[in-house]
Design a protein around this ligand. Structure first.
Ligand code: ADP
Ligand code: MG
Length: 469
């Protein structure tokens, strides 16, 4: 590929390389690929990025996009199936306090009777292409606070500009344009419209640290352009100033809330006792949730493992063998660590060949998985009791290896062997059993050095655009 040849040349000329990286940073600023620095609300920096778009097989991109609306439907069906969720998570909630706490809220809402039948889902399915079989393999489904639109929408434009600036015109045309934000906000707008109160607001439940404030504002602006009022609040605001009226309508600061859109609340450290109270209040309310507690639980790694068992997908799609086939084609091997002979076999298998697996707790946001010798250490510790059910075991995908230059503060500028993970966004609105909006649009790529196990942008990966090859 021309980019690869170009990279080999470029790396031999450090002055030119440094100039190009400086120029690329300016292109990032110019296009708005920016975030706040963790310690200041007054300082912004670029979101770490790959200097050139990384190649990704066209067929894999098409496959991932084609299956996405089925995944939207699947997540929604799971969220509406209390028997399934109860069974799937029975062992996990005995071993993992965080999932147990979420499940406690779920049960309470179930007992009271699910008040709001409308759900808005904004999710992202992540994949790698396994180099051994050249096949698309799903890494995970994110059903809460899935990132990758907003500021990230400018990535293709940015990469095209960088490619053009170095004369790689053909490549610049292979970078597909994308604008995910309008598709994602269209789902929120649909949910808001169905809620049916012109003055009611969409509440973005945001983090305490304003790292992604600009990103959230871009999404917010898109909604405002549709004449939908948006407010941003934190858990503590909801706890101190939120309330339900007699009909369980949610109010904060005198405003009725049509939708709670969680951009936060997926990790244990996001929650104080006050925050748990706020989450319960919102879940009990008539406000539409994006996602509601059951859709949040549908996105756990444990559910992913259960879905991969024989016959499970068929139950959710009884008359759609093609959907089942498309979804299953993206699964790699999953193994339960629940107590029992099957779990014992999985433990033995992982201990014998730890490098072939990833051990995953029920956590999101990167940096939580266990690899290689750490799997042995962890399993030796928990293998004989129910603590092991906090995890699932997954086959380790061996992604294709590419060459790129990662632009990230603190990383040396050098040619790096990298691997890529492509995320496909899905947006849906369901009312009861009916999907009234079900769409997908565009990709988010994240690229990391092959020396690094974990792949979140926080964990050291950078954002990227797929160059369809
Ligand atoms: P999180 O919810 O923390 O993002 P993921 O399941 O996405 O959890 O895992 C984090 C990262 O670990 C991924 O981005 C990917 O780089 C790596 N990873 C996860 N599962 C696998 C796997 N089965 N094979 C190879 N790498 C994996
Ligand atoms: Mg992930």
């Amino acid at each position: 590929m021309a980019t690869e040849k170009f990279l080999q040349q470029l790396i031999k000329n450090p002055d030119r390389l440094n100039d190009l990286v400086e120029e690329a940073k300016n292109v990032a600023f110019e296009h708005g690929l920016i975030m706040h620095t963790p310690d200041s609300s007054e300082v912004v920096t670029y979101v770490p990025f790959a200097l050139f778009p990384s190649p990704m097989p066209k067929a894999a991109l098409l496959q991932a996009q084609a299956v996405q609306t089925h995944f939207n439907t699947l997540v929604d069906k799971i969220s509406r199936d209390p028997v399934f969720l109860e069974e799937a998570l029975a062992g996990t909630i005995q071993a993992d306090d965080f999932t147990a706490r979420l499940f406690g809220i779920y049960r309470q809402v179930q007992l009271e009777g699910r008040t709001q039948s409308i759900v808005v889902g904004l999710n992202r399915c992540d994949y790698m292409v396994d180099r051994r079989e050249d096949s698309l393999k799903q890494i995970e489904i994110n059903t809460i606070a899935a990132a990758g639109f907003g500021v990230f929408d400018c990535l293709p434009r940015m990469h095209r500009k960088i490619l053009k600036s170095v004369g790689l015109l053909e490549e610049s045309e292979s970078v597909q344009d994308r604008q995910q934000t309008p598709t994602m906000t269209a789902a929120l707008a649909k949910g808001w419209e169905l809620y049916g109160q012109e003055n009611a607001v969409i509440l973005f439940l945001v983090e305490d640290v304003p790292l992604w404030k600009i990103n959230h504002r871009i999404i917010e602006n898109d909604l405002r352009n549709r004449n939908i009022p948006v407010i941003q609040r934190k858990f503590k605001d909801v706890c101190t100033r939120g309330s339900l009226d007699g009909d369980k309508r949610l109010f904060i600061d005198g405003l009725e809330v049509a939708i709670v859109y969680y951009r936060y609340g997926y990790m244990p450290y996001n929650y104080t006792e006050q925050a748990w109270d706020a989450r319960l209040l919102m879940e009990r309310s008539m406000a539409v949730k994006c996602p509601d507690i059951s859709t949040h639980l549908a996105g756990t790694k444990k559910v992913q493992e259960v879905l991969a068992r024989p016959g499970v997908l068929e139950k959710f799609f009884p008359e759609q063998p093609q959907a089942v086939e498309q979804i299953r084609a993206t699964f790699t091997g999953f193994y339960t660590l629940d107590m029992g002979p099957e779990g014992d076999r999985a433990v033995a298998m992982a201990l014998a060949n730890p490098d072939d697996f990833v051990l995953k707790p029920q956590r999101e946001g990167g940096g939580n998985n266990v690899y290689g010798e750490d799997i042995v250490r962890e399993l030796q510790e928990v293998k004989s009791d129910k603590r092991r059910a906090a995890y699932i075991l997954m086959d380790r995908v061996r992604p294709r290896i590419e060459q790129n230059i990662l632009v990230r503060k603190g990383l040396p500028i050098k040619l790096t062997s990298v691997c890529c993970e492509v995320g496909v966004h899905g947006a849906y609105v369901s009312v009861g059993e009916e999907m009234v909006f079900n769409e997908t649009h565009g990709f988010l790529m994240r690229t990391k050095s092959i020396d690094q196990n974990d792949g979140g942008i926080k964990a050291g990966a950078v954002c990227d655009s797929p160059l369809a090859v």
